[in-house]
Design a protein around this ligand. Structure first.
Ligand code: SF4
Ligand code: MG
Length: 324
């Protein structure tokens, strides 16, 4: 059937600098020709270091950032071609959970009003039904109803993120973009919030695009994972396959950094040397070549395309000249 989300050749370029003349301003290519599909009830992880474009990509999926080119189809309808009015109505179906729950929750609104506002905006049900939905979601995210009269600053980071999750879910969206939902939290709280998201995902058959900077975070929550580097998806596969058999040198180095629990099989960390190059002036050819152990002359000459290298097409795609 029609995928829930289909992204076709999505790019986002920013002009930066202060000059009034466009040609005097540098162009930052945050997202470069990204394509993927997500089926209903599935979770796609998007993983990469900071500055790889993953948050910009996430925001383009809701048009919180306007894509420069490409399509974002939700249930076959192109979001990028919608009028502002249609888009506002569609926003009910796509919600975002932000990295910093505090910055994204209005400090002057009570928890009740934070949860009530989206229901009012989208005219969901009667007043009584709105209150029932609020009570229901509070219970599902593990918050006591007594806190509804309180304000965001009265809560810890983990509790605030539960409130952020409740706000995203109260509209029963078709798709949730989770932008590093646990990276601002204490390590001890991260697992609790991840478990909550995982439980909600299973219970409500939710569909997620789950953005993270660390492959370990998304391992148990995602059905599929896409690895991003300097605005490009460099590898994409279902989770089991990606963690078992990473093929792109960048994915291999990210995975090698995850500690292996088995002491008889010590992990061989592949240390990446050098910083991520500036997206304003990226390397020619393969963007990863300045840090790649296997780089060859061809890597500087042409951009490797994300393609399936196996006999089973579409299940494992890699953008590397040397993987066959
Ligand atoms: Fe390394 Fe070349 Fe493959 Fe890029 S294309 S990952 S530089 S081997
Ligand atoms: Mg980010």
């Amino acid at each position: 059937g029609t995928p829930l989300l289909q992204v076709n050749h999505l790019s986002k370029h920013f002009l930066i600098g202060k000059s009034l003349l466009k040609r005097n301003r540098a162009q930052l290519n945050a997202v470069n020709d990204v394509s993927f599909t997500l089926q209903k009830g599935k979770t796609l992880g998007i993983v990469g270091e900071s500055g790889c474009g993953k948050s910009t990509l996430g925001r383009c999926l809701l048009r919180l950032v306007e894509p420069s080119s490409g399509e974002v189809l939700i249930d076959g309808k192109d979001l990028t071609a919608m009028s502002a009015k249609t888009l506002t109505a569609m926003r009910k179906d796509i919600q975002i959970i932000f990295q910093d729950p505090y910055a994204s929750l209005s400090p002057r609104m009570t928890i009740h009003d934070i949860l009530r506002e989206p229901l009012d905006t989208h005219h969901i049900g009667t007043v009584q039904e709105r209150e029932e939905k609020i009570a229901q979601i509070m219970q599902e995210v593990g918050l006591r109803p007594q806190i509804l009269t309180r304000y965001p600053h009265e809560f810890s980071g983990g509790q605030r993120q539960r409130i952020g999750i409740a706000r995203a879910l109260v509209l029963e969206p078709k798709l949730i973009i989770a932008d590093e939902p646990v990276s601002a939290l204490d390590v001890s709280v991260q697992a609790q919030v991840l478990n909550l998201i995982s439980d909600l995902k299973n219970k409500r058959a939710l569909s997620f695009v789950f953005i993270a900077h660390d492959l370990a975070v998304v391992q148990h929550i995602c059905d599929e994972v896409a690895v991003m580097y300097l605005g490009h998806i460099v590898e994409q596969a279902n989770s089991d396959e990606l963690y078992r058999n990473p093929k792109h040198p960048y994915t291999q180095s990210l995975l090698s950094a995850i500690p292996v629990p088995n002491p008889h099989q010590p992990s061989q960390a592949i240390i990446l040397t050098g910083d991520v190059p500036s997206p304003i002036n990226p390397p020619s050819g393969c963007a990863f070549r300045t840090r790649c152990r296997f780089a060859q002359p061809i890597c500087a000459q042409s951009l490797p395309q994300l393609t399936s290298k196996t006999e089973t097409p579409d299940t494992h795609k890699i953008a590397c000249h040397l993987v066959e």
